[in-house]
Design a protein around this ligand. Structure first.
Ligand code: NAD
Ligand code: ZN
Length: 365
């Protein structure tokens, strides 16, 4: 098994030990958190996507004692400086460690909640922990409550952060949530295009996992289920309620599938777009994936059908006007994702792609 480019024994990865699924299960939050309260002075900190300011979701958060809601914008993906600032704020305002961190939002807020819960017990900047298994101390109790479906961040042991020198996950057993609440009703207000882009993140996880050289029966079983659910959601005739339920479970299964394999070419190149242009994960993957028919012919065909059926018009020309240096930066970032290429193309991946090929794909976007 290959982790972070290194061959080790079979991956012994943690799963979320507790999960609630169901419409309005969010209402059980108070009952879930109560036994985890350590002391009246040890608060719960709720990191909430600021899109929910003024919403009934916020009104339902069970604040007691000195609990606090911190609203965070999801307009940009999480950064190490942002994690460090949140950790410092909490340490300054409270004399005790919090009872827990609760992240409410999409992948951005879920990743922040994971990183802050690690940062509160592991000294120094979160950038020190970007990589594989670098955080040595257990994180504090943390709960993930997704409000949009697709990334699989609710189930993964990763928190993707942009640091001063690199965009790289904190990959750690301590990142995995202690509790997840899957309430499909929380995803009701997601705008259509965002729904599609984040949903396609899940679809692309499935395609990259199922067509990868790292595939095994564990990943395949979850990946096939997630793919079937994605087809139901994006090509079928579901009523909205069924669609929300199924996409939430597709995200979970897609995340489980890549937990035991790896993503591939679309993610590698999307990292380049994200690093240079700040293009977000979901849309970045779609922008790349549509041009990867050489690697994933069936997947790209399905993607185009889904895009058409859902009436999504992708932005065009995002790489027009970029300099040679800009292309080089994106290519550098993409090529550095060795395990992703190895999964996509096999051990001799360097013979299958080169800088020129990546540049020609970027130029078509
Ligand atoms: P997001 O959290 O970036 O949110 C996207 C947009 O949707 C934001 O504008 C947000 O405010 C809005 N939104 C979310 N829920 C809403 C709701 N219910 N109603 C209205 N608007 C809502 O979206 P995402 O695609 O879930 O997450 C992307 C992030 O996830 C990236 O930072 C990426 O790196 C990360 N990611 C992490 C993993 C992992 O395993 N940790 C995997 C994939 C992606
Ligand atoms: Zn992804």
């Amino acid at each position: 098994m290959v982790i972070g480019g290194k061959t080790v024994g079979y991956r012994n990865f943690p799963m979320v030990p507790r999960v609630v699924f169901g419409k309005d299960s969010f209402n059980q939050l108070s009952e879930i958190l109560s036994p985890k309260r350590k002391h009246p002075d040890a608060p719960f900190i709720f990191l909430v996507d600021d899109v929910f300011k003024e919403s009934e979701i916020v009104a339902k958060i069970p604040l007691i004692y000195n609990d606090q809601i911190v609203f965070v914008s999801a307009n940009e993906e999480p950064k190490t400086v942002q994690v460090d600032a949140l950790v410092q704020k909490i340490q300054k305002e409270y004399s005790r460690l919090p009872s827990g961190i609760v992240g409410i939002g999409g992948g951005t807020l879920l990743d922040l909640a994971k990183a802050v819960s690690i940062g509160l017990t592991n000294k120094g900047s979160s950038q020190n922990y970007q990589g594989w298994d670098l955080a040595k101390k257990p994180s504090i109790y943390h709960v993930g409550i997704p409000t949009i479906s697709g990334t699989g961040a609710e189930v993964s042991r990763t928190t993707v952060l942009t640091g001063p020198t690199k965009k790289l996950g904190i990959n750690s057993d301590h990142a995995t949530f202690n509790q997840v609440i899957l309430d499909p009703n929380l995803t009701r207000g997601v705008p259509k295009e965002q729904w599609f882009y984040t949903g396609m993140d899940c679809f692309i996880h499935c395609i990259e996992s199922l067509n990868g050289t790292y595939l095994n029966a564990f990943s395949q079983s979850y990946g096939e289920k997630a793919l079937e659910l994605c087809k139901d959601v994006f090509l079928g005739k579901l009523i909205p309620e069924e669609s929300r339920d199924k996409l939430m479970m597709a995200s979970w299964h897609g995340g489980m599938s890549i937990a035991y394999s790896q993503v591939g070419a679309a993610h590698a190149m999307s990292y380049g777009l994200g690093y240079l242009l700040g293009v977000k994960h979901g849309i970045g993957n779609c922008l790349v994936f549509q041009h990867l028919d050489e690697f994933y012919p069936e997947g790209v065909k399905l993607f185009n059908q889904m895009k058409e059926k859902q009436g999504i018009v992708m932005p065009q020309g995002i790489c027009s006007g970029l300099s040679d240096k800009d292309f080089d930066i994106m290519i550098e970032v993409a090529m550095a994702m060795q395990p992703l290429w190895e999964n996509a193309l096999g051990k001799d991946w360097r013979n299958c792609i080169d800088r020129g090929k990546l540049r020609s794909i970027y130029e078509r976007m």
